[in-house]
Write a protein that binds this ligand. Structure first.
Ligand code: TXA
Ligand code: MG
Length: 322
């Protein structure tokens, strides 16, 4: 038996409206999809997305899948080419996620896509998910609704057990039909690449767009920070820096050292709040990643809570490049 049955709600119209209101306020809500339960957050809000990572206790900021109610909503965020349109019309709604280039002006949080210029989008095939997405009227970022490192939940009770009080509302849509995560196909480059096998078999995809490449095929795995699914700033990073040197930009945390040019400084969180810092990380790295600077010096970040994920990301971004 779930310990707090009241957090699990039957997906009545009222419960879906309540879930949508929570999402619009930036709170995380767990909801069923045909693959696994997702832990959803407003994808346009850095704070809401940071809240998802905090609830999952994820040691890293992996890019998240953005869920939409239909193809039209997805096409407002990313650029569809002929392959993407063919796959979307064959498999959406359904367990297929497409990685596509963000449109300029796309308002999805940079934290949701881990700073990347591409975005993972999918239209789930579940009546409760679709009703919720329609009611929210915003893109919803959602990883699987489990604590990091645990198996993905396929029933509302699994979510309650895994996330405990970290999620205020779980919409109960019964058992997930597919039970494994969506297939992830990267269409951001000239060759379509299978990044994660999942609910739609490779063969079915290949019947629509031809042969898929495998992730990493043909190229050596470099340092983890160099994996294509991680944004790395162009400038070198200097970590645990109390202050910037000449010509460096500065990414502060807590107090900002006095007398810095405002355009050379961003502060992850003046009050030292790690969730706020996480929410700002990718957008601020991008803002400082300009050729007029020689490097980005970064303040020391405490290694607790979301600080561990921030430091993981910074260490990867600072690792030597080739
Ligand atoms: O079935 C699913 O896909 C479930 C349900 C809730 O929809 N969601 C899910 O999300 O599995 P998550 O966060 O556990 O997995 C997201 C996957 C990861 O493998 C991530 O690396 C990849 O998608 N991904 C997301 N954005 C990406 C991007 N821009 N480039 C490359 N890979 C990306
Ligand atoms: Mg997962």
């Amino acid at each position: 038996m779930p310990r707090r049955p009241s957090r699990i709600a039957k997906p009545t119209r009222a419960a879906i409206a309540r879930a949508a209101a929570l999402l619009r306020r930036g709170a995380p809500v767990a909801f069923p999809t045909e693959t696994v339960y997702g832990l959803g957050g407003d994808a346009t809000s850095d704070r809401a997305v940071a809240g998802i990572f905090a609830a999952k206790a994820r040691p890293r900021f992996n890019p998240l899948i953005v869920h939409l109610g239909d193809l039209r909503a997805a096409a407002r965020l990313v650029r569809f080419d002929a392959r993407a349109r063919a796959l979307a019309s064959a498999f959406w709604p359904g367990p297929l996620t497409l990685i596509l280039p963000r449109r300029p002006g796309c308002r999805v949080s940079w934290l949701a896509s881990a700073g990347l210029d591409t975005l993972a989008v999918r239209v789930p095939d579940h009546p409760v998910a679709l009703a919720l997405l329609r009611a929210v009227g915003r893109p919803v970022a959602a990883p699987s609704a489990n604590r990091s490192g645990r198996i993905s939940p396929t029933a509302a009770r699994d979510v309650a057990r895994s996330l405990g009080p970290r999620v205020s509302l779980i919409l109960d849509g019964g058992r997930c039909q597919v039970g494994v995560e969506s297939t992830v196909v990267d269409l951001s480059g000239p060759a379509a690449v299978l990044l994660r096998p999942g609910g739609v078999p490779r063969e079915a995809i290949e019947r629509v767009i031809g042969p898929l490449g495998r992730a990493g095929a043909g190229r050596k795995l470099k340092s983890p920070g160099q994996l294509p699914s991680h944004y790395a700033p162009t400038l070198p990073l200097r970590l645990a820096a109390a202050a910037p040197r000449r010509a460096e930009a500065y990414l502060a945390f807590g107090k900002t050292p006095a007398k810095l040019r405002p355009e050379a400084v961003r502060n992850l969180s003046p009050s030292g709040d790690l969730a706020e810092a996480a929410s700002n990380l990718f957008a601020m790295l991008r803002a400082l990643d300009r050729p007029e600077f020689s490097a980005i010096a970064v303040a020391r970040i405490p290694d607790r809570g979301l600080g561990a994920a921030i430091n993981d990301r910074l260490a990867r971004a600072a690792a030597p490049r080739r």
